[in-house]
Every structure is written in structure tokens, then in C-alpha cells.
Design a protein around this ligand. Structure first.
Ligand SMILES: C=C(O[C@@H]1C=C(C(=O)O)C=C[C@H]1O)C(=O)O
Length: 449
């Protein structure tokens, strides 16, 4: 269907589909009664995306009005330049809330290439969906994009009919069941990896590195990803939720607690989220875990590195920067130390400039960045792909929002590969770090059992 066959991208190349780039695009919008977002993306044969934020914005998209891809160190700029052309050619006839947006993300490393389990996911890829449904406090809106006004309107009418036949409430489905799991990293190898990182830290070459593991889960039957995300919404209401699937390849999905950035005009919100302890059903024990994290010199050092790095990256771009008081971020199965950070930008910037400046923060990378990246590459035996990398959307004004793609997995047929990592600093204990990583697999793993 949507011009996605024959995708061939060389390293450092940029692509826009349709191949020559559209000369014009038109969008049409209409307000809707409520509709099940899960039902709209409950297909595997079409490009699909879902994006939901803790503050209640929810968007689903289907099909491809335009797709841009890029790789190499210039990938952020290239995506920005390519989509600028798409948005410039686009005439949106509808309210701002229903405006077309580009959804997608980046791989963790800029040299990443598409390949199993990350087939369809190169170093950077964004789609402006042909059909978009947005739910916010301004209502629920359907938007369709076409090459001319007639096509956009015809698609709008067609989708209104289709949505009429769809349920307003999609059942949240059942777990597919787990047949077997395979770890990329045994406990012994993990201990070696952490000890190697600790030696580098001791030698002074490295201050912090986030090491991760992958867990490949064979399912009894294919997973219903929209249903899984709906169940995750109930258990993790204060997390983001996302799904990105192309016509060919796997579906990347997750429920990350961590905002990389949201930008509206010159206003930027981000956060440092680092430091992890379990939850407990017993309120006193739960509080004791939080106290232990707050009072730990090691965790404070680890967290402080993230705050500092974000501050250093944002300060040159900002006329004002505010670092709020540290809080405890409680999720159903884990608690984190969180510091909200906001800034007013000096002049107009594109959200991708902020994404580029921040990724990867030491919450998922390390300090100093080059030594951390080298340690990650030496240690990790799997492909991070889009794990722990920016995932989100932006619009024609350069506004947008990105989460950090953690608490996530890539699903292909009856396999889901999950990813989770943890920050290693001086005094880290390999066994404690192992336990924290296992906790971070749990949100999705629990919904697959
Ligand atoms: C790396 C992950 O989480 C990150 C690492 C954390 C830590 O080291 O304590 C906490 C939150 C996240 O920023 C993950 O979930 O995979």
C-alpha cells in the first residue's frame, strides 16, 4: 500500500517517500464521538502508530502520507530538513489540535541499521500518517491527509464510515502466554560486564555507564499490542505509551516513565530520572525503600550526573533554566528519583535540536559520553536498536514531545524482545544492579504471561 516497498538506504543517506516528495498535501479534519483507539491500530498490515502521554493526549495514526528516514551523525538535521519540506507542502484545514504531525524516533546509536529483530527500524524514521485520530481536552478529532483536497475529503468520509463500524470500547485482550525466554546476558556475564565498567571507573576513564540486557520472549500466540498497551495504561497510568509499526518488520512498543523533552513555542520541559528501588505493598517498607534511595550517596551522585548533563546541554540554548526540587516517582513496580527541569529557549528552535542535544542523557548513556558509548559497545552483546532512544512526534512549527524508549520491546510474530538497563557508578554492586534490571523488564513481561 503506502509506498513502502523497496526501501534501500545507504549509511548517511536521507530519504523521503513518496520518492520525489509530495508537491502538495492537504488535510481535512472532523470532530468525532468517542472511538476505540486500540481498534484503529489493531492491524499488522498497514503502517500504524500510537502515542499517549501521562497528561492525557492520545493519538493513533494509520498509513503513510509521507515518510522520512536518515542515518549517520547528521540524522537529526536531515529529518528536520526533509520533514520541513513535507510540512511546507501541507495545507491543514482544521483546528490546531488535529494538525498532522510526524511520528517516529531514532536508534540509540547513530550507526544502527535495520535488521532482525529491528527490521524496518533504521537510524531515524518518521511518518506523517494518512489518517490520524487525536483525543485531548479539546475533544476527539479525525484528520486525513491526501495529495489534493478531494482525496483528503474522500478519505475523511471513508474513515467516518469505518469508525462507525468499529467498537467504541476495544477489549483490552488477554495475555498471549509465554512459551520460553532467552537472555542475552547471563548472570555471570553481567557480573563481568559490571566489573569491567567498575575497573574503568576506578581508572578514572569513566564516571557512569548504563548497561542493558535483552530478554527474548517466545509467546504461545502473537501478542495483541494495542490490548497490551491498554492493560499497561491501567497499571502504569502515569507513563507514556507508544507503538510504532511499519508495513514490513516488527512493532516497537512500550510504556516509558521518562520524558526526554516536550517543547511548545520557546518552553521546554524535561527531567532527570535516575535511581531505582522496588515498591512494597507494605506502606512502611515502601517508604523505607524511597528513603534509602534519597539518602544514598551513590544514588544521589548517579542522579546528579544526569541533572548536570541536562543542564549543561540546555544552558547554551536557553535564556532561563529551572531545576525543580527532587521528588520520588512511584510506578506500580518501581520507584525512581526524579528532578523536573524546564527552560525557556533563547530564540526559536526545533524540538529535534533539543532531542539531539539531550540524547543520550546519562540516564541511559553515561559520563563522559564517549567512554560510556565505548563501554556499552564493548559490553553489550545485543543490538539496542531503538531501545532507550528518543521516540515521539513533532509538527510543522517544530513543537513536539519525545519520551525515552525504555520499558519497551520489539515484537515480531510470536517473539517479543524486551530491553532493560541500569546505571553503573563507583560502588555499584553487580547483584543489586541485576535485580533492578529485572524489575524494569516486569511491566511488559507481566502483561505477556
Ligand atoms: C535504563 C533504564 O532506566 C533508566 C535508568 C535508571 C537507573 O539507572 O536507575 C532509572 C530510570 C531510567 O532513566 C531502563 O528502564 O531500561
Amino acid at each position: 500500500m503506502d509506498q513502502s516497498s523497496g526501501e534501500r538506504r545507504l549509511a548517511g543517506e536521507t530519504g523521503t517517500k513518496p520518492a520525489d516528495g509530495p508537491t502538495t498535501l492537504t488535510s481535512r479534519s472532523r470532530e468525532l464521538e468517542d472511538v476505540s483507539f486500540g481498534a484503529i491500530v489493531d492491524v499488522a498490515t498497514d503502517s500504524r502508530m500510537l502515542w499517549a502521554t501521562p497528561d492525557g493526549l492520545e493519538v493513533v495514526g494509520r498509513g503513510v502520507a509521507a515518510q522520512v528516514t536518515a542515518s549517520g551523525p547528521e540524522r537529526f538535521d536531515r529529518i528536520r530538513a526533509q520533514t520541513a519540506r513535507v510540512f511546507d507542502a501541507l495545507d491543514h484545514d482544521g483546528p490546531a489540535v488535529a494538525r498532522p504531525r510526524a511520528f517516529g524516533g531514532f536508534s540509540f546509536h547513530d550507526g544502527h541499521e535495520s535488521g532482525p529483530p529491528w527490521t524496518g527500524f533504521g537510524a531515524a524514521s518518521f511518518v506523517v500518517p494518512r489518517t490520524l485520530v487525536v483525543r485531548s481536552d479539546e475533544g476527539t478529532w479525525l484528520t486525513t491527509v491526501g495529495n489534493d483536497p478531494d482525496e483528503a475529503t474522500a478519505r475523511l468520509e471513508h474513515w467516518i464510515e469505518r469508525l462507525d463500524d468499529m467498537p467504541t470500547m476495544q477489549p483490552s485482550g488477554t495475555a498471549p502466554g509465554i512459551d520460553s525466554t532467552t537472555r542475552t546476558t547471563s548472570r555471570e556475564i553481567w557480573t563481568e560486564q559490571v566489573e569491567t565498567a567498575l575497573e574503568r571507573i576506578e581508572r578514572g576513564a569513566l564516571t557512569k555507564v548504563v548497561l542493558a540486557q535483552a530478554l527474548s520472549v517466545e509467546l504461545d500466540e502473537p501478542v495483541d499490542i494495542p490490548g497490551t498497551l491498554e492493560r499497561l495504561r491501567r497499571r502504569y497510568p502515569n507513563c507514556y505509551r507508544f507503538l510504532i509499526g511499519h508495513e514490513v518488520g516488527g512493532t516497537f512498543f512500550g510504556a516509558p516513565p521518562e520524558r526526554l523533552v516536550s517543547k511548545h513555542g520557546t518552553r521546554v520541559e524535561t527531567e532527570a530520572l535516575a535511581g531505582s528501588v522496588p515498591r512494597s505493598d507494605a506502606p512502611e517498607e515502601d517508604e523505607a525503600y524511597a528513603d534509602q534511595m534519597r539518602d544514598s550517596e551513590k544514588v544521589q551522585r548517579e542522579h546528579g550526573l544526569v541533572v548536570e548533563a541536562i543542564r549543561d546541554q540546555l544552558e547554551p540554548l536557553a535564556s532561563e533554566l529551572q531545576i525543580d526540587d527532587q521528588t520520588i516517582r512511584r510506578l506500580a513496580n518501581i520507584q525512581h528519583l526524579q528532578t523536573p527541569i524546564s527552560a525557556t529557549l533563547e530564540g526559536d528552535r526545533h524540538v529535534l535540536e533539543i532531542v539531539e542535544a539531550l540524547h543520550p542523557t546519562p540516564a541511559v548513556g553515561g559520563v563522559p559520553p564517549a567512554a560510556a558509548w565505548e563501554t556499552i559497545r564493548d559490553a553489550e552483546t545485543f543490538d539496542r536498536g531503538w531501545y532507550a532512544a528518543p521516540v515521539g512526534w513533532f509538527d510543522g512549527n517544530g513543537d513536539g514531545e519525545f519520551a525515552v524508549g525504555i520499558r519497551s520491546g520489539i515484537a515480531t510474530d510470536e517473539t517479543v524482545t524486551l530491553f532493560a538497563g541500569n546505571g553503573i557508578v563507583a560502588d555499584s554492586d553487580p547483584d543489586d544492579e541485576w535485580e533492578e534490571v529485572q524489575l524494569k523488564f516486569r511491566p511488559i513481561l507481566d502483561e505477556l504471561r
